[in-house]
Ligand binder design. Structure first.
Ligand SMILES: Cc1cc2nc3c(=O)[nH]c(=O)nc-3n(C[C@H](O)[C@H](O)[C@H](O)COP(=O)(O)O)c2cc1C
Length: 385
């Protein structure tokens, strides 16, 4: 748990009438506890109490009530900031044990938990801020830092030869984030299979013991542990029913998951749009792929490691780039977004944010013939000059 001192500004009419700014500032203490999944305001006395109760040893509750007052102890027990060993504390104890058993680094657990979104519409927020385009940003925020960093004067640079195009460089130049998908053109199941195999399938299984295995995939992975799972929302795939799936990496198979919206295309599209935080330009993709990290697969080795969470994020990034490239080679289009309502993906796929947190959503499908939402294609490889 992290205790954050936070300043709050409240409107105060009396203050305004007295000739002030009309704002009354107050300092609050906010408890950020990953197992609670919500911020809790605490008093200074409660902060003091929390700072004196050990997290590694049980303390008799009567002794705490005597020292700090029954009201404060019972309130903190009730909201889960103190964990009780009785029946009433079972729910918070279970959440707390999950956190401990997963071996998160404490700061990473706090940071991840409280960076998640619920019910955010980032497209509406863009409109409200008036900062949709890069030019809007410059108008509001002033000049950005230069696009290129120069550490020495130009005369000191060591010029490097340019290399001729190769199949890989040509493919890389065609990779452009897609924000225009063709809802009317179904994706063949074989194309879906080809992409999933290239990006998410185990290419080899190395058995270390009778029960423990290491997978070889087409992307690097911290510790070779490959903790990132692919959860799919399929909308327009020929031969595969719309709905939610998990990809099985050694079976190269789709595992169907419960999806009440599967029979209703409008409801499924609305779910997709909520998952990508209102970005309607991504919600039309034939396939959404939620990249969710099986945390303990990685933290089993990187226990409470300060870099553990960073490795999970890198893992997802590598998979995303491979997904972009595989899609491009197959004539498809792809995207990634970190602007996601994690809470929505957690809900529909049944993911616990401490055990299998969604980190990003990728997607792919056929690109539309018409460009309604902007894409960045200065080389004209996708849309022509
Ligand atoms: C981590 C990450 C998050 C991104 N999030 C968004 C997003 O929320 N919405 C969006 O439209 N594009 C998103 N993008 C795509 C970028 O806007 C895009 O990569 C960038 O504009 C460069 O264009 P290009 O990918 O076509 O080269 C994201 C890309 C990355 C790598």
């Amino acid at each position: 748990m992290l205790l954050e001192p936070r300043e709050r500004a409240d409107f105060d009419l009396d203050e305004l009438i007295r000739g002030g700014t009309g704002l009354r500032m107050s300092l609050l203490w906010i408890a950020l506890a990953p197992h609670l999944d919500r911020e809790v305001e605490v008093t200074r006395d409660e902060c003091n109490l929390l700072g004196q109760v050990r997290s590694t040893e049980w303390a008799p509750v009567d002794g705490l009530r005597e020292r700090f007052g029954a009201a404060a102890v019972d309130r903190l027990l009730g909201i889960g900031l103190l964990i009780g060993d009785d029946e009433a504390g079972a729910h918070w104890r279970d959440r707390d044990e999950r956190l401990t058993d997963t071996h998160w680094h404490p700061l990473s657990a706090v940071s991840h938990t409280f960076q998640r979104w619920r019910d955010v519409d980032s497209s509406a927020a863009l409109d409200e801020s008036g900062m949709r385009s890069f030019r809007d940003l410059i108008d509001k925020l002033g000049e950005p830092p230069p696009a290129v960093l120069e550490r020495v004067p130009a005369a000191l640079r060591v010029a490097l030869p340019r290399t001729p195009d190769s199949p890989l460089s040509t493919l890389l130049q065609q990779r452009t984030t897609c924000r225009n998908f063709d809802r009317a053109r179904p994706l063949p199941a074989a194309t879906l299979a080809a992409l999933l195999e290239c990006v998410f399938a185990a290419q080899a299984v190395h058995a270390v013991t009778d029960t423990a295995a290491v997978l070889k995939k087409n992307s690097p992975s911290g510790g070779g542990l490959h903790p990132t799972e692919a959860y799919l929302l399929l909308q327009h795939v020929d031969g595969v029913a719309p709905g939610l799936y998990h990809y099985h990496a050694t079976g190269h198979a789709l595992e169907p998951l419960p999806c009440p919206d599967a029979q209703d295309p409008a409801a499924l599209a609305a779910l997709a749009q909520r998952m990508v935080a209102g970005q309607h330009w991504f919600a039309d993709a034939h396939v959404l792929v939620v990249l969710a990290s099986r945390v303990y697969r990685s933290f089993w080795k990187y226990r409470s490691h300060p870099k553990g969470y960073r490795a999970l994020v890198f893992d997802a990034g590598h998979l995303s780039q491979n997904l972009y490239l595989a899609a491009t080679e197959l004539g498809l289009a792809a995207f990634i977004t970190a602007a996601i309502n994690e809470a929505e993906s957690e809900r529909v796929f049944g993911l616990d944010h401490l055990q299998e947190p969604p980190l990003a959503i990728c997607g792919f499908g056929w690109r539309s013939q018409t460009r309604e939402t902007v894409e960045f294609d200065p080389l004209g490889r996708v849309w022509g000059q």
